[in-house]
Design a protein around this ligand. Structure first.
Ligand SMILES: Cc1cc2nc3c(=O)[nH]c(=O)nc-3n(C[C@H](O)[C@H](O)[C@H](O)COP(=O)(O)O)c2cc1C
Length: 261
C-alpha cells in the first residue's frame, strides 16, 4: 500500500478555506496584487498524477479550468475540477486525493476553497463524471492560518471514543468538511482504530440534508488523509482495511487501522 507523502503534514496547520479571495483588512481582491504563475499551474496539474489514491482501481482526473465554467464567484483565479468513474467509494477516493492537493496548494501560497455549491451543470470529462471543485488563488503567506487550534471544531469527545492517541487525535479534528459538519467518529480499542462516517439527524448549514450526506462521503476521504498523515508523522505504521460505505446508518464503518507502534 502506498503512503501519502509526509511533505504535506506541515500544511495541515497552515491551510484554511478562503471563502472569499480578498484581504479582510483592506477588502482588496488578492488577484489584483498576486497571481498564480503559469509554471505553478503546470506543477499542480502534474502533481495530481503522483498523488496516492485511496482506491487505486477507480479512474479519476483533475482539470484546471476557467471560473466561467462554474458558478463559483469568490474572487478566485482558477478552479480545479475533479472527475471520477462512478464506482462504490468514488467520493471518498476523491476526498482523499483532492485533500492532498489542498495541502500542496498551501505550500505554494495558493489559497483554496472546496466548493460543493456549484450550480452549473458540468459535462463529463474523458468519460468521467464531475464530482466537486476547489477554487484557487494566490494569496500572501500571512493570509493563511496562524493558529489551527483556534478553528471551530466539535469537541474531542464527539469524534473520538477510547484512549486518545497523542499527536493524532487532537490534529485530525481540524480536517475540513462540507458545512464544517465533521461527519466522523473514531473508536479506539487497544491498537485498533475504527473510523465511521457519522450521519447526524440535525440540519447543518445551508445544504439540504440529503445533499450534505453526499458531500460527507467526500469528507470521510479528507479525514482519512489527515489521519494517515498524522500516524505517519508519529512514526506509527499501520495496516488499513477499507469497507464499502454503501449504507446509510447513523454509524457507517469506512476503515479500520491496525496500529503497529
Ligand atoms: C466537500 C466540501 C465542500 C465544501 N463546499 C463549500 C461551499 O460550497 N462553499 C463554501 O463557502 N465552503 C465550502 N466548504 C468549506 C467548508 O465550509 C470548510 O472546510 C469548513 O467550514 C472548515 O473550515 P476550514 O476549511 O477553514 O478549516 C466545503 C468543504 C468541503 C470539504
Amino acid at each position: 500500500m502506498n503512503r501519502i507523502s509526509d511533505e504535506f503534514y506541515p500544511m495541515i496547520f497552515k491551510r484554511k478555506s478562503f471563502h472569499v479571495f480578498k484581504d479582510p483588512a483592506t477588502r482588496k481582491a488578492y488577484r489584483d496584487e498576486y497571481g498564480i504563475f503559469e509554471d505553478e499551474l503546470k506543477e499542480i496539474q502534474k502533481s495530481y498524477d503522483s498523488l496516492v489514491p485511496l482506491y487505486p482501481g477507480i479512474r479519476t482526473a483533475m482539470r484546471i479550468a476557467e471560473n466561467e465554467e462554474t458558478s463559483c464567484e469568490r474572487g478566485q483565479e482558477k478552479v480545479l475540477l475533479f472527475y471520477s468513474e462512478e464506482k462504490p467509494n468514488a467520493l471518498a477516493n476523491i476526498g482523499y486525493l483532492a485533500e492532498q492537493l489542498d495541502l500542496k496548494l498551501a505550500s505554494l501560497n495558493i489559497g483554496a476553497l472546496w466548493f460543493g455549491l456549484n450550480k452549473k451543470k458540468m459535462p463529463d470529462h474523458d468519460g468521467l463524471k464531475y464530482v466537486i471543485m476547489i477554487a484557487i488563488g494566490k494569496v500572501p503567506e500571512k493570509a493563511f492560518r496562524k493558529d489551527m487550534f483556534k478553528a471551530k471544531r466539535k469537541e474531542m469527545n464527539e469524534i473520538w471514543e477510547g484512549p486518545l492517541l497523542e499527536g493524532v487525535s487532537e490534529i485530525i479534528r481540524f480536517a475540513p468538511s462540507a458545512c464544517n459538519s465533521q461527519p466522523w467518529k473514531v473508536i479506539r480499542k487497544g491498537n485498533r482504530l475504527d473510523v465511521y462516517r457519522y450521519r447526524s439527524d440535525k440540519k447543518i448549514g445551508v445544504m439540504p440534508q440529503d445533499g450534505l450526506v453526499v458531500y460527507n462521503h467526500i469528507d470521510i476521504g479528507i479525514f482519512l488523509c489527515f489521519l494517515e498523515l498524522c500516524l505517519a508523522h508519529q512514526g506509527i505504521s499501520f495496516h488499513r482495511t477499507l469497507f464499502d460505505d454503501d449504507r446509510d446508518e447513523t454509524m457507517n464503518l469506512v476503515a479500520g487501522y491496525q496500529l503497529n507502534g
